[in-house]
Ligand binder design. Structure first.
Ligand code: CA
Length: 319
């Protein structure tokens, strides 16, 4: 496919999903903005002015005109890499448009980084559907409500308070060897133990969430593999009542468990346990042993492999 044919598709896609023009404040915000541009710039096919304009509201080229602005220099490097991927991205955009349940003029549905090994992805945009396949959709056990997501979009994240989402047991959810789990979370309460955002029965399999309060108004990330608790040391706190992106990877071969907070590496733990299969349902919002998570959850993803730090950063930046 030529770049000439890709451009109209890319522009149409951008028109449907206008990017934010204001990068969030702080170091995490700058990192997120940079990553966001890397994704946004790809379909521009090298139109740097337009990409920068969309991101920071400044119709100027990156590079010299931006002087010492670190964000712009990072954008420039990302853009050069992105241009080389434009043909591949163009194809993906067309596939996304064709897969939209509302037709080519509607918003993309179920779009997420086209990453290998993704087993389930729940965007919780008003429903409990798995966007990866037509299997493993969630069912509410109790009353489930929807709240605004980390960008403030209404009805775009799920809120659990003593209620649970059940995904029926399936061999595809029995992940062994290596796993990664990621989600946006806004925990409301601290917990003395595990507060399971997701659980497949952690006596044999896996669970990931928060728990073990170490300071007022904060919780750490907490994973359990085959009944072995895993966390960062020292503990990296997550604020309660605010959105954070958390991710966890476990490599059964090396026993290495890595944690990421807001797209950045946060710590490692090791264990020689064996990640196993069982006949449990996949539960969201509590474990099968009733370790409840209270708060909001969004963009919950489970992979059957170890994600790289770059991939975790991409998930954090994903719109
Ligand atoms: Ca969502």
């Amino acid at each position: 496919m030529s770049k000439r044919r890709v451009a109209p598709v890319a522009n149409k896609w951008l028109k449907r999903t206008p990017p934010s023009v204001t990068p969030p404040a702080g170091e995490a915000g700058r990192r997120r903005a940079t990553l966001r541009l890397r994704r946004l710039a790809t379909p521009f096919g090298g139109n740097i002015d337009r990409a920068v304009f969309h991101l920071v509201g400044a119709p100027r080229p990156c590079g010299g005109a931006c002087g010492n602005n670190q964000l712009c220099r990072a954008m420039g490097r990302s853009l050069m890499r992105s241009v080389n991927r434009v043909l591949t991205m163009g194809l993906l955009l067309i596939v996304t448009a064709c897969g939209s349940s509302t037709g080519p003029d509607g918003p993309p549905v179920g779009h997420y980084p086209d990453m290998p090994g993704l087993v389930v992805f729940y965007n919780f945009d008003g429903d409990l559907r798995n966007a990866v396949s037509n299997r493993h959709h969630g069912a509410a056990l109790g009353e489930i409500t929807y709240v605004a997501d980390h960008r403030g979009s209404a009805n775009s994240a799920v809120y659990t308070i003593g209620d649970t989402i059940r995904v029926a047991d399936h061999s595809e959810l029995d992940i062994t060897g290596a796993i990664s789990v990621a989600a946006w979370v806004r925990p409301l309460l601290t917990s003395s133990g595990l507060a399971a955002v997701v659980d497949k029965g952690y006596l044999e399999a896996y669970a990931f969430g928060t728990g073990g309060a170490n300071e007022p108004d904060t919780v750490p990330m907490h994973a359990v593999i085959a009944y072995r608790g895993l966390s960062t040391d020292p503990i990296v706190p997550i604020g309660t009542g605010e959105w954070s992106h958390i991710a966890f990877t476990f490599d059964g071969a090396s026993g290495e468990a890595k944690f990421y907070l807001n797209g950045a590496f946060a710590g490692v733990d090791t264990s020689s346990v064996t990640l196993g299969a069982n006949d449990g349902d996949l539960l969201i919002g509590r474990s099968r042993y009733h370790d409840r998570y209270t708060g909001a959850i969004d963009q919950l993803a489970v992979f059957r492999r170890v994600l790289t730090p770059e991939e975790v950063a991409d998930l954090f930046a994903f719109e």
